[in-house]
Every structure is written in C-alpha cells, then in structure tokens.
Design a binder for this molecule. Structure first.
Ligand code: ADP
Ligand code: MG
Length: 693
C-alpha cells in the first residue's frame, strides 16, 4: 500500500484546482499524468527580469525591466504594419512595438502620460531601443512582481509557459516535508538540503548556475532517485538469491584435457572469469552471471569450460546463440575441443530436421550427451534434458527475458551465464542490475595487434580501393560495410548493392554481398566463401553478425562512418584484428564532420578498450540512447543523469546494500522512510520482497 502521506502527489493533474481538463491533457503530454510528474518536470532555463537599467543603458539582446513614461501612440497606417508607442525615461527614448494590436487595449494599459513598467527583450531599431510585445506590462506598484526570476519549462505543442508554471506551483503547494530517508551523515557531508527544500529549490532557480546538474538540490534529488532504484534492485536480487540453487562441482578431469589440447594459454581475465563461474556453480545459490567481453576476447572458451564443469558433475549444459550462424560457429569451436576431452556435443538448430534431430533430442533427454549448442530451437517444448545444470546464453540483447526463463526452466535450479559482446558501461550495469555478478574479459588474447584505425574523407576512395587491392593480393580478406542510410533496410541495401556493383567491376567474383534480406542458407554460403573460399571482399550492411569470426579478415572499411554510433563502430572494427596479423580499419566519412562525429572517430583512433568506449558513448549520447532505455529494460530516471551522476550511483549502491543488511524488512525508523522513498519513485513493485519479519 502506498503511504497515505503520498496520496496528494499521485492524484491526476486534473485534480489540481485551477487546471482544467483541456490544459490537464496538454500538461500530461509535456510532463506526465500525475501531480508527482510535475514535481519531476525540471526547468530547462530561466527568465531573469531583475535587470532594470535606465533605458539608454539597456543592453541589446538582454531581457530588461524598464520604468518608462508613455509619450505617444502611433497606430499603423496600414494593418500589416506594427502599432508603435514611444516612451522615455530620464536617460532616453524607447519604442514599444505591437503587431495585430488592439488600439483600445493599448490605450488602456499604456495611457499617454502614465508611468509604466515594461519587461521584455531589448532590440535596437534605427538607433532606438525597442521592445516588441513586452512579456509584462504593469503599474509602478507592480514592479516587485515583474522584476523576478522565473523558471522556463519544457513544453508540448499548445501548452503555454504560464499554464504549466501555474500547474507546477499548485503541485508544489501539495508537497510537504517527508521523514528523512537518507543517512544524516551523508546529507551533512554533501551539505544537501532536505528532499522538500531541494524540490522547492529545483523549481526556483535564481541564476543559470542553479540549473546545473551539480547543485546540491539537484544532486540530492538525483541521489534520492538512485537510492530508490538501488534499493529496488537490491530487494529483487536478495529475493532471487533466496531461491534455492544446487551446488555443481566438477573434478577438473575434462577441463584438464581440454586445456592441454588448446593451442594457446588462457588470458588472465579468462582464468579469472572461469574461477568466478566455478565458485558460483559450487555455491548452493543460483548463479546469474554476466560475462562481458569484446568480440574476439575469447568468451566461447570460457563458456565451454564452464559447461565442462556441469558435465564433470554428471549434469548437462546448453549454450544458446541468437542466430543459426553463431550457433554453428560456436559448435565449430567447441566440438573439436570436446572431442579432445572425449565427450560429445549436440548441435540443435531450427534447420536440423528428421532422424538426426530425433537422435539429438533423445540423447539429451536420456542424458547420454552432456553438452548442447543451438539456437532458440533449444527451448522448444519437445526438447528436454535429463539434468540441465547450466544454461549459457550468448548475445543476450537479442533474447527476451522470456527466452532466458524458458531455457532455465529446462532443468532444476539451472545456473545461468549470460554472455554479451556489447560492453555495458559499468554505470548502466549498476543502474539496471545493482551488483549483478559480472565477469569481464578485459584483455585481448596474446599475439593480437591493435587495429590500425584511420579516418579518410570519401574523396580519397581511390586510395582506399588501391589499398584494398594490395591487401587482397597479399591474401587478406576485407569487410566493406555500407552506410546506414536511414532506419530502412531497403535504402541500406541500395547503397550496399551499388557498392557491390562498383567493386565487382574492378575485382570480379572476388566480391560478395550479405544483407538482412538474404535467406539463411544463402547467407551461410556467402559467409563460408568469405571465410575460406573465393570471396575476398565482403560488402555488407550492418547486419553482419556480431560474433562472426573470420581470423583471415584484416581490413575493415566503413563507409559513412560519421553516421554510426561509437559502440557500433567499435563492434564493426572488432571483426578484424582477430589473428596475429596486423589489421586496418578505414573510416570513410563525408565531410564536414560534426563535432560529435569527430569526437567518436577520435575516441576510436585512441583506444580499442570496449569498456572505455562504452563509457565514452554513454557520456556523448546520454544514458537514454545507449541501449534504447525502454527496450533494454533499464530503469528510467527523471532527476538522475547517469552520465553526470555516476559517482552518486556508486554511493547509492553501497548505501542500499547496507540499509538492507541492517534492516531487510524495512521496518525500522529509516526503513519506514525508505519505503516512502520507494513509493515516491515508484519502485514499489518490489516492496513485497522486503522479507517478512
Ligand atoms: P568472442 O566469443 O569473445 O568473440 P571467441 O571465443 O570466439 O571470442 O574467440 C575468438 C578467437 O580467439 C577464437 O578463434 C578463439 O579460439 C581464440 N582465443 C580464445 N582465447 C584465446 C587465448 N587466450 N589466446 C589466443 N586465442 C584465443
Ligand atoms: Mg563469440
């Protein structure tokens, strides 16, 4: 139940006396449907009417509040022209300009000979200061109410500043101090105001500086929101942890054989990831671990070794990939290693049919085969496991939570390892999952050389083609990625097709083309020919699979690189540099580059650390866009900005953890206040997880 103290804030906007149904609808479009949404509707600017110079000193372009005496009215001779009023003070003369004016109204508000206050933006016209349509006109007694600073709010079509300002005032009037939910020491250390004071200050900026995300008021409110969200993830997590798991321990025998057969040594971060997974599997709690690492960082081997632990323990493990191609690629990596360990792996995809598929199914159901690799075919109803203990899901962003659940439902208390090649910035990880266990592969396997990354204007296409010719003559394979023209496959395809045609004119059958419209079999055929056949240059739309592994590919050309996001460019570049041979990435752009595009290209040239790039991406684009907040299931923040308040997020994480440790039922004095906080920020769906005393 929502605490009663918050009821007035969760009323619909229409419930505010003074806001009619028409305006309520407009306000809803700008801010949201409830009173509380108005509280979180932050000013985007302010109008400062405190500047009150003598007329002659009023700076053009500034907003000034002037005390003037009206001299003459000059109605227009023809209706198109403005109505002008001349006025003065001791320092000089001023014109007031009105289009489509009503003379009777102007004569009443600005009578000749009267002293009046006018406020508006100063322009210079033919050497004379003027104000077109003053924002405010009043008598000298009204100067105090005109010479003020007022916030400016984001609006929606048809909504006036006046209307929303009034609604926000009414909403604020409904608020009052709430019991402090923050740790007093923390509040004191940061010299933060109380929630209520902070809220009032947020809506009463006195200067531009007050609009900054760094003011104590804004940071306090951002922290409130972050703490609410961290408490929520903490509660969910605690709840999940309580679900019984099963300890799975292996004797290391299979792993030892595989490690002996590997043609390389594991990197330190691979070793560490495997240790972490091994510990999770052995614990009686369920594992939910995210394995993050750039394309080519060697996640598959880690996943496979984890799967072997399940097999050593007499259980089964499955690896699910989002596409046929990736499933087959994983299988191709894993099968020979499994053979070295003397165990079998089943491949199960939508394409396998008939007797073979039947045999695979039976082998898994009866537990004769311990390991399975496949697509979502693995979660189909007719697929069963004798004792599935570990599910590994590759490239999680392509699967819904639903599929994850189907996969883990194939066994008892299945441990889950999710692999992603999209490095999620730490900040976003924290915001979305709290302290979800994560393993990161931060190093490239030994012997890999950094990709030489260069940016070139498209005018230098001839040079690029010459370089490509040299590269393929020396045995290299080249990716050529075509621009994302719009959010339209069709248009993308046109550009790719045209490039394919022009490159074919020059290089003949050595050029191939893949795009989203190809049938899966056709796509596989082209990819296979690129991987180890006659195709040396692969023209592709951005559909080329994230995980595709063609070690011989050493050149990546990206056309219209300025149109891609940073993370996307990084992913594309990750397709090369996958062997000990030197690789090159050529970013072709159409000048002039915007500042943002230049920044992206520069970062890319500077570093190939996916995690750093992800953080930079977050900084450049803001959290909302990085993962497409809504689809990604990330929480929405109204007061916190993950790019700007990430320091607070870390504190909130620790704070939430400590608070839940001390008071898991949220029933103590602070606990009760924290419940109010959860409701205030609508993270209350999880309150039921606050363990019953
Ligand atoms: P990811 O799935 O992270 O993109 P993969 O697991 O497909 O990366 O590994 C990419 C390539 O690197 C594979 O050919 C794999 O055999 C190889 N590889 C993995 N780990 C190492 C290592 N420690 N040293 C050298 N090569 C490695
Ligand atoms: Mg992979």
């Amino acid at each position: 139940m929502r605490p009663e103290i918050l009821f007035p804030l969760f009323a619909p906007i229409g419930a505010l006396t003074g806001v009619g149904p028409h305006n309520a609808k407009l306000i809803e479009q700008a801010a949201g449907p409830r009173v509380v949404d108005l509280l979180w509707h932050r000013p985007s600017g302010l109008i400062d009417r405190r500047y009150a110079p003598p007329v002659a000193e009023a700076k053009p372009g500034s907003i000034a509040t002037l005390t003037i005496t009206v001299d003459t009215h000059l109605p227009p001779r023809i209706p198109r022209l403005p109505y002008k009023i001349y006025a003065h003070d001791a320092s000089g003369q001023l014109a007031l300009v009105f289009f489509h004016a009503r003379a009777d109204y102007l004569l009443k508000t600005l009578p000749v000979g009267a002293t009046r206050i006018v406020s508006g933006r100063i322009e210079m016209f033919q050497g004379l200061p003027q104000i077109t349509h003053p924002d405010a006109i009043g008598t000298p007694e009204e100067i105090e109410s005109i010479r003020t600073v007022a916030p400016v709010y984001p609006l929606s079509a048809g909504l006036s500043l006046k209307v929303i300002t009034k609604a926000i005032r009414l909403a604020l009037a409904r608020t009052r101090a709430l019991p402090e939910w923050q740790d007093p020491a923390l509040v004191a250390r940061h010299t933060w105001p109380s929630w209520h004071q902070a809220l009032l200050a947020l809506h009463a900026p006195q200067s531009e500086a007050d609009l900054a995300p760094t003011t104590p008021a804004r940071r306090r409110l951002a922290y409130d929101e972050l703490l609410a969200s961290q408490l929520a993830v903490g509660l969910v997590r605690e709840h999940l942890r309580q679900r019984p798991g099963r300890p799975t321990r292996g004797d290391g025998s299979l792993r030892a054989r595989v490690l002996a057969a590997l043609p390389f040594n594991l990197t330190a971060s691979q070793e560490q990831a495997i240790d972490e997974i091994e510990r999770d599997l052995a614990s009686p709690n369920r594992m939910l671990r995210l394995l993050q690492g750039d394309v080519g960082s060697g996640k598959t081997v880690v996943a496979f070794l984890a799967m072997l632990i399940a097999a050593e323990a007499g259980g089964q493990a499955a690896l699910m990939a989002p596409t046929e191609l990736l499933a087959r690629q994983h299988y191709a990596t894993i099968a020979p290693l499994a053979a070295a360990a003397g165990i079998e792996v089943v491949l199960l995809t939508g394409r396998d049919k008939g007797r073979e598929r039947e045999a695979s199914r039976a082998a898994l159901a009866e537990g004769r085969i311990a390991l399975a690799v496949g697509t979502h075919a693995l979660v189909q109803e007719e697929v069963g496991f004798a004792d599935l203990r570990l599910a590994v899901i590759d490239e999680q962003h392509r699967f819904g939570v639903h599929q994850r659940m189907l996969m883990t439902a194939k066994g008892q208390a299945v441990d889950l390892l999710v692999m992603t090649a999209t490095p999620i910035p730490r900040t976003l990880m924290l915001a979305a999952y709290g302290d979800l266990d994560g393993s990161r592969l931060t190093e490239k396997p030994a012997g890999r050389k950094p990709v030489d990354t260069r940016a070139l204007p498209i005018e230098r296409l001839d040079e690029v083609i010459a370089a490509v010719a040299r590269a393929i003559d020396s045995g290299a394979k080249v990716y050529w990625v075509c621009p994302l023209v719009e959010e339209s496959e069709e248009l993308d395809l046109e550009a790719a097709t045209a490039r394919h045609r022009s490159l074919t004119e020059r290089f003949g059958a050595r050029v191939g083309l893949v795009h989203g419209g190809l049938k899966p079999l056709e796509k596989d055929r082209v990819m296979a020919s690129f991987s180890n056949g006659g195709i040396d240059i692969l023209v592709a739309t951005t559909v080329i699979e994230v995980g595709v592994d063609v070690p011989a590919a050493t050149v990546m050309v990206i056309e219209h690189a300025e149109r891609f996001g940073l993370a996307q460019l990084h992913q594309l570049r990750g397709r090369v540099g996958r062997s000990s041979r030197a690789s090159t990435c050529l970013l072709l752009y159409a000048p002039p580059l915007t500042q943002g595009a230049r920044a992206r290209i520069n970062i890319l040239r500077e570093t190939d650390d996916g995690f750093r790039i992800a953080e930079e991406d977050l900084r450049l684009r803001g959290a909302g866009e990085v993962l497409g907040t809504r689809q990604s299931g990330l929480p929405m923040f109204r007061l916190a900005d993950l790019g700007l308040h990430s320091d607070l997020l870390e504190i909130a994480r620790d704070d939430a953890r400590l608070a839940l440790e001390r008071d898991p039922t949220l029933t103590g004095a602070r606990g009760a206040a924290l419940r109010v906080l959860l409701y205030l920020f609508e993270r209350d769906a999880v309150v039921k997880y606050a363990r019953a005393g």
